[in-house]
Design a binder for this molecule. Structure first.
Ligand SMILES: Cc1cc2nc3c(=O)[nH]c(=O)nc-3n(C[C@H](O)[C@H](O)[C@H](O)COP(=O)(O)O)c2cc1C
Length: 342
């Protein structure tokens, strides 16, 4: 048995336990396809596919299918927002099922309706969690695995380290995927050796030829070191990991006093979150597709996690997947797996 043979690879029918995580606004069909074609699994972010890259969901999924027939996944953001959004999300899940998608990564909220919709036709659902209470909720909703988002992740990071999360979730009896801080093959191998059934990466896959983000954004990831990653509340109202740019420095990291007050209020918090969601979607899309953050005047938020430390070039996504797989295979020969894989 090698480090590539895990409950995740067996469940999903893939060769490499490596997920290209959903990324608004960085997930484009070509990136998803490249990761899956190389033996990992790419996850579609429907909002990114439709509103950033301008594909109808079904057409975008078919574009991926044109490049590869290997398994792909789709992200389902299920926060309690408007009925209109939830109805739309439900219809996207149906389209994905019709187009042959059988892996779903749920984030926020209760994943039960997704499990009820996809499991009867063989769908597998993994739920993003940052601590045990969310994991227990997800499992009560019937999910098949957990994506443990740690404190080094790009996007919305969690409060726990990778090791703390593994220990906190290990007895739950489902496969655990490590998300956050993995940027090179040594970190990938270390996560598998620590007992994780797989790794979900975001930041590393932005610095690829296939990703639709602007070349300046990719170069900023290559140039950044760990200390350049800061958490800002200014985009979504909750801490978001971004690269410290002149713009980020200038406007500060904390939400303004009025926004904080509105976010705390029982009646105003949902309204305020909607305002943030709409504004951040626009802001992040604009920042990721346009260049120039090195100028002090530009308004750029470039999301990235501490895995930037292990990233030193822009490469084809398939090259990354294959290099990571080779490293895991050669480490399997020296077999020092610390504990049975969750
Ligand atoms: C630019 C960016 C956008 C992201 N958008 C989403 C998203 O829309 N949905 C989601 O579930 N996770 C999102 N994430 C989290 C990733 O799927 C993944 O869990 C995370 O990037 C792993 O950490 P890493 O960046 O250190 O590899 C995003 C991450 C980044 C960097």
């Amino acid at each position: 048995m090698t480090l590539l043979d895990t409950p995740l690879t067996r469940q999903l029918g893939i060769e490499v336990p490596l997920i290209c995580g959903a990324m608004y606004p960085c997930s484009n069909p070509e990136l998803v396809a490249a990761v899956s074609a190389a033996g990992g699994i790419g996850v579609v972010q429907p909002l990114s596919m439709i509103y950033v890259y301008g594909h109808d969901l079904r057409e975008g999924l078919r574009l991926i299918r044109h490049i590869t027939d290997k398994p792909i996944g789709m992200n389902v953001l299920i926060e309690r927002s408007s009925k209109l959004y939830l109805d739309r999300m439900r219809s996207w899940v149906d389209v994905a099922l019709e187009e042959g998608v059988r892996f779903f990564v749920t984030s926020l909220g209760n994943p039960r309706w997704v499990v009820e919709r996809v499991a009867p036709v063989g769908g597998i659902v993994y739920h993003d969690v940052t601590e045990r209470k969310w994991a227990e909720k997800g499992l009560a909703g019937g999910v098949h695995g957990l994506i443990a988002v740690n404190d080094r992740a790009g996007g919305h990071a969690g409060p726990r380290s990778a090791a703390q999360l593994r220990d906190e979730l290990a007895d739950l009896g489902v496969p655990l995927v490590c998300a956050g801080g993995v940027g090179d093959e040594a970190a990938f191998v270390a996560a598998l050796e620590a007992g994780y059934a797989g790794v979900q990466m975001g930041t590393r896959f932005i610095a690829t030829d296939e990703c639709g983000a602007h070349a300046d954004y990719k170069q900023a990831i290559v140039a950044a070191s760990e200390s350049d990653i800061v958490l800002t509340e200014r985009v979504t109202g909750v801490p978001l990991a971004v690269i410290r740019t002149p713009y980020v420095e200038r406007i500060g990291l904390k939400a303004g006093p009025i926004a904080r007050w509105l976010l705390r209020g029982r009646r105003t918090k949902h309204w305020m979150r909607t305002v943030y969601a709409l504004r951040s979607a626009w802001q992040l899309k604009r920042a990721s597709l346009a260049g120039g953050a090195r100028e002090a005047t530009s308004k750029d938020y470039w999301q990235a996690g501490k895995s930037v430390a292990g990233i030193d070039s822009v490469e084809p996504a398939g090259v990354i997947v294959r290099r990571f797989a080779a490293a895991a295979l050669s480490a399997s020969g020296t077999a020092k797996t610390a504990r049975p894989r969750a």
